[in-house]
Design a protein around this ligand. Structure first.
Ligand code: ZN
Length: 346
């Protein structure tokens, strides 16, 4: 056991409140990513790309709760399960961002290993610039970008989980199963690496076995989940900080349970970080924290999920608002751009 590394075993730790020592349970290991949220430009172009080209389902259409003149579009598997949900704030007039340190550099989706050639052809036929697949840790990786320049990869995995792909534009044998992981770019990896380990991720060995990356340019951390379980760190000590804007990721969220969310908050505080309060996002509850490497993390609950306010078969069809915005619905709807949600509908 590495000193200071939390092993994930069920233990308690004392929390001193006044004179009394109260014991609260340490949270259990995080299985992986919950969702990734990025900034886009035109909402229609974003919708077409993620549903028609990538074959994901629009599982929720709402607004940015901090700027209700902008949509919040959520894509994912049939029900937008945690580990599959890519979400966007599409600002029609967004300026392009620039990827740098303190940001998610690349978002990776998991596909079957045999499907990489299918995807090369499919993306090429859709006019997407695809790079040559590369080999990383024994897996074929296909790098490409979305219409806003957001860096994406498809990672071909042998014996992939079946997942729950939608009856969309891509046959289920080739469909994206969810996230593979994300790559974070940091100037100094130490604080981020240590936090990931506290969250239950284990660093892959550098001896070229297992899921180890093939060279020293990235460090790999792996959680227990079958999807969305990989976080790579690329280290760029002299790199420029990223600039937010279209084509960049805003934050990456990790899966927690509602019961343990306060314990995660406390763990972040104990590490000297400054998490937000628990914020009700309607489909999940969220705690945000700026991590030592600069990347914004969210701890999002797996429940209640996207079917809390729409039936499974209707997901994405209507503009859904949290209760506290309902009385402003008319104003909100009239200020949003037109969006043809029949695109990508099942
Ligand atoms: Zn989020």
């Amino acid at each position: 056991m590495v000193p200071g590394r939390w092993t994930g075993q069920t233990t308690d730790y004392p929390l001193i409140i006044g004179a009394a020592a109260v014991r609260i349970a340490m949270p259990t290991d995080i299985p992986g990513i919950h969702h990734v949220t990025a900034i886009a430009g035109d909402p229609g172009r974003n919708l077409t790309f993620y549903t028609e080209t990538l074959g994901l389902r629009l599982v929720k259409r709402s607004v940015n709760q901090d700027d209700v003149s902008v949509y919040h579009l959520f894509y994912g598997d049939r029900q937008g399960s945690p580990g599959t949900s890519m979400t966007f704030f599409p600002y029609g007039d967004a300026r392009p961002g620039r990827v740098g340190t303190g940001q998610v550099e690349t978002t990776q989706f998991l596909v079957p290993a045999e499907s990489i050639d299918f995807w090369v052809e499919r993306l090429d036929a859709a006019g997407v610039t695809v790079e040559e697949p590369v080999d990383r840790a024994g897996e074929r990786v296909l790098p490409f970008a979305d219409p806003d320049g957001l860096s994406l990869e498809l990672v071909g995995v042998a014996d992939p989980p079946a997942g729950d792909p939608p009856d969309g534009t891509v046959a289920s044998e080739h469909a994206i199963r969810g996230f593979y992981g994300v790559t974070l770019r940091v100037g100094d990896p130490r604080g981020t690496a240590s936090l990931l380990e506290a969250m239950g991720f284990e660093e892959a060995e550098e001896d070229g076995t297992g899921s180890a990356p093939p060279d020293g340019s990235r460090r790999r951390f792996v959680a227990d989940g079958e999807l969305a379980s990989v976080v790579d760190l690329t280290v760029d000590p002299d790199g420029e900080r990223g600039l937010p804007g279209a084509g960049t990721v805003h934050h990456v969220a990790f899966q927690v349970t509602a019961e343990e969310q306060e314990a995660w908050r406390q763990l972040l505080i104990d590490r000297g970080l400054r998490p937000t309060e628990i914020i009700d996002r309607k489909w999940f509850e969220s705690v945000y924290v700026r991590t030592p490497g600069g990347v914004l993390f969210e701890f999002a609950t797996k429940s209640p999920g996207y079917t809390v306010d729409e039936d499974l078969e209707d997901l994405g069809e209507s503009l859904m608002l949290p209760g506290w915005l309902e009385d402003r619905r008319e104003d909100i709807e009239s200020s949003l751009p037109e969006l043809d949600v029949r695109i990508g509908a099942e």
